[in-house]
Design a protein around this ligand. Structure first.
Ligand code: GLN
Ligand code: ZN
Length: 773
């Protein structure tokens, strides 16, 4: 029999039950026991759904984050979280969120840093180390879950993060080399494995996804040390890699003394046969053949074509699984009763992916005839999708083939454009603007909801949004901002808003995926060629412009961000999909320009998120991503001003690519790092205008004028003052008007101060010049 298993299952629940249970606890509306009860219920349900597998994961369930769980297991919770009263769960949430339910009056601890889990949109809590970090085993959580699983008759395979990847994921606060901790860490792992074995675990899934990244000699050596030390553990280890190819680490991975290895056979398809050849004959090869990163049905026949010869060769040593944890896909397609039935038939969420896995195993064990009906249904869906006129739109193909290099090219260089734009807009020095959204009040959310439900007619809806735009414009005029925005009241989300108006997209109702803790996102599904039947933003922006003499900035989401925040098709390269999106955005840009809008911002908040895991692959991505942005932005007149916005802090390493976007103005996040970020500009002269954020919109703190002035002065040390803009870090939609107004007042006051100060300097300089003549 072919062994089927799963690496991890979504834990949020089919209706985000975990989210609501967590938030109830945090808001003091429910007890710890209530949360634990919901959690146990979800685990039981998850195991039930995985009962067809030979091995189901245990310990993959987490109340917040699986890396933080491992931190607890290894006794590595930061000291600062432990100094207070409260339960173990309180300590856990203090690290996760900076406070726990029982801290409401006493204490606030800074939360652990959060960062993206490889190239997914899941965020983990970064383990903290220092030279004197020590570890001690705290196996309660995983042992309890193992016991729980066993009483439910689950054939359990505990899941843990491996020692090397655990260190790799973390940060040493004192700049010590965290690899030095390996010796202290390994005995704790040995103890943990022994305990799991003692509770009946035969196999342990030990996740080492760091193996798909570029590792230096020390890190590679750490793998050898670690697994030689752990080879005496009384369990079988399944060394688990995912999210990419092993490449130069392939041989290393093959040679480690473990009982089996899991390969992401979707992303590392090209390595399957080499691994099957090289793997020592006593080792299991687990192939992740069902894509855990997207929502498409697997082509089962094609997958069997790959697997059947391998089964011949490997027999019982061949295991089957999804490519990675199913954490990254929605739970159950069955819930999507309102989804377009044709497109729905092309999809598989977590539950359906496990069904596919069992069909594959049956076909391998008993021949394809044994599952003839299932295979036929699958084949029909695959064919229907690949031939559907809804996927392939000849007009889009034609538009793409007409793209010439000129599409990505402004007519004149920045210096010429800047002069023309200066004449046109007559902006003062240190011009002030915002990033797009203004506070999204409960009332405005209600208006959108009522419209969506059909309780509010189009006319009434438009009137209500107009009211909101008018209010927003009035506030900005009163504040004295220089370039205004309409405030984005009509948008629930910066990607969904555009997706809903483009051909080629569908939206699920319950397709939530965990982003971090209780936060979930519902990525839209891009299934077909992208086209833009109608203008998407022009009317709103024109209305806003009609209310003021100040320039009104058009506001769009860029093609790369739309791509990176959607589930996208797997039947063509991401690059091609991105180019289609770029053409749609370009049409919108040109329509805005035609309607008289002179300043257009194209947000690329997620440009960085698409960076491949290995730096050696970055250029290939940046090449097409930047080209897509340029195509979307650059089909405009010289005196039309293009802005872009990015809101992540590390961009030193891609600054050259950002400059190649050739936006006239870029606004970026910097205030949290007190402009240190701009150090990137010391070694690299960014050629165009730049607005380093001076108001940290993620914090409820309201900046004072002097603070803003200081930040801008720091910025002016790195970038010539005549190319600086003054603006917040990001959109203001999560803030309240009461916060936003004083913050922007301070911002405008600072800009005005800088202007007079600079005037003063100019005058002084002229006087000086005159007297010395
Ligand atoms: N224009 C968007 C806004 O202001 C940008 C959001 C973002 O960068 N994440 O909300
Ligand atoms: Zn932003």
């Amino acid at each position: 029999m072919t062994t089927t298993h799963n690496l991890g299952y979504p834990r949020i629940g089919p209706r985000r039950e975990l989210k609501f249970a967590l938030e109830s606890l945090w808001h003091g509306k429910a007890s710890e026991q209530a949360l634990q009860k919901t959690a146990a219920g979800l685990r039981a349900q998850n195991w039930q759904e995985q009962s067809g597998l030979a091995l189901a994961p245990v310990g993959d369930f987490s109340l917040y984050d699986q890396v933080l769980d491992m931190t607890v297991t290894l006794g590595n919770l930061p000291e600062r979280a432990r100094a207070y009263d409260g339960s173990a769960l309180d300590e856990y949430f203090r690290v996760a969120r900076g406070r726990s339910p029982s801290d409401s009056t006493c204490c606030s601890v800074h939360a652990g840093e959060m960062t993206k889990w490889f190239d997914t949109n899941y965020h983990y809590i970064v383990p903290e180390f220092s030279a004197d970090t020590s570890f001690s085993l705290n196996a309660e959580r995983i042992l309890d879950q193992l016991a729980e699983a066993r009483t439910q008759g689950v054939s359990a395979k505990p899941v843990i993060i491996g020692p090397v990847t655990y260190l790799w994921l973390g940060k040493a606060k004192d700049d010590s080399d965290r690899l030095n901790l390996l010796n202290k860490l390994l005995p704790v792992y040995a103890e943990l494995l022994a305990k799991l074995a003692a509770q009946g675990a035969e196999w342990v899934q030990i996740d080492e996804p760091a193996l798909v990244t570029e590792l230096d000699a020390n890190w590679r050596h750490a793998f050898i040390l670690a697994y030689h030390e752990l080879k005496t553990a009384p369990v079988k280890l399944l060394l688990t890699t995912y999210f990419g190819e092993l490449r130069e680490n392939l041989q290393l991975a093959c040679e480690l003394p473990v009982a089996g290895i899991h390969l992401d056979a979707i992303r590392a398809r090209s390595e399957v046969s080499r691994l099957a050849d090289w793997l020592p004959v006593h080792k299991v090869l687990s192939l992740g053949v069902i894509n855990g990163r997207n929502i498409w049905k697997t082509d089962l026949n094609a997958t069997l074509d790959l697997l059947e010869p391998l089964k011949e060769k490997l027999a019982e040593r061949l295991w089957l699984a999804p490519s990675c944890s199913l954490l990254h896909v929605p739970v159950d397609l069955e819930s999507e009763t309102t989804l377009d039935p044709e497109v729905r038939n092309w999809l598989a969420f977590a539950r359906q992916k496990l069904q596919e896995l069992s069909i594959l195993a049956k076909a391998l064990d008993n021949g394809r005839e044994s599952v003839a009906k299932e295979l036929e249904t699958n084949q029909k869906a695959i064919e229907n999708r690949s031939q559907s006129p809804r996927v392939h739109n000849p007009a889009v193909t034609k538009a793409l083939s007409a793209v010439t290099p000129g599409y990505g090219q402004r007519k004149s260089p920045f210096s010429t454009r800047a002069r023309l734009q200066k004449e046109r807009f007559q902006l003062p020095a240190y011009p002030t603007t915002t990033i797009g959204s203004f506070p999204q009040t409960p009332e405005i959310r209600e208006v959108r909801k009522e419209f969506r439900l059909g309780n509010l007619g189009q006319q009434d809806y438009t009137a209500r949004i107009h009211e909101e735009i008018a209010y927003c414009v009035k506030q900005q005029e009163a504040l004295g901002l220089d370039v205004l925005v309409h405030g984005e009241a009509e948008r629930n989300d910066m990607v969904e808003y555009f997706g809903e108006q483009l051909e080629g997209y569908v939206f699920s109702r319950f397709g939530w995926v965990q982003s971090y803790g209780s936060r979930c996102v519902k990525p839209p599904i891009l299934f077909g060629d992208i086209s833009r039947p109608n203008a998407m933003t022009v009317d709103w922006i024109n209305y806003a412009q009609s209310l003021t003499d100040k320039p009104m900035k058009g506001m769009l989401t860029g093609p790369v961000t739309i791509l990176n925040w959607s589930f996208v098709r797997d039947d063509q390269p991401r690059r091609d999909t991105c180019l289609q999106l770029a053409l749609a955005v370009r049409e919108e840009v040109q329509d805005l320009e035609k309607s008289g809008v002179g300043i257009i911002q194209i947000d690329e908040a997620a440009l960085r998120e698409g960076l491949p895991l290995r730096e050696s692959d970055w250029n290939a991505y940046l090449e097409w991503a930047i080209e897509a942005f340029r195509i979307s932005a650059n089909g405009v007149r010289d005196d039309t001003q293009i802005h872009t916005h990015m809101c992540y802090s590390e961009f030193n390493d891609i600054i050259g690519a950002i400059a190649r976007m050739d936006a006239d103005v870029i606004t970026i996040e910097t205030s949290r790092s007190a402009m240190e970020l701009l150090d990137a500009f010391k070694g690299f002269e960014y050629p165009n205008d730049i607005g380093p954020g001076v108001y940290d919109i993620h914090s409820p703190n309201i900046p004072q004028t002097e603070q803003v002035t200081n930040l801008m002065e720091k910025a002016a040390e790195r970038i010539p003052a005549e190319r600086l803009w003054v603006n917040p870090d990001c959109g203001l939609k999560t803030r309240r008007w009461e916060e936003v107004i004083p913050a922007l007042k301070a911002m405008v006051a600072a800009a005005r101060g800088l202007r007079t100060q600079n005037k003063g300097k100019e005058v002084m300089a002229t006087e000086l010049a005159e007297t010395t003549q």
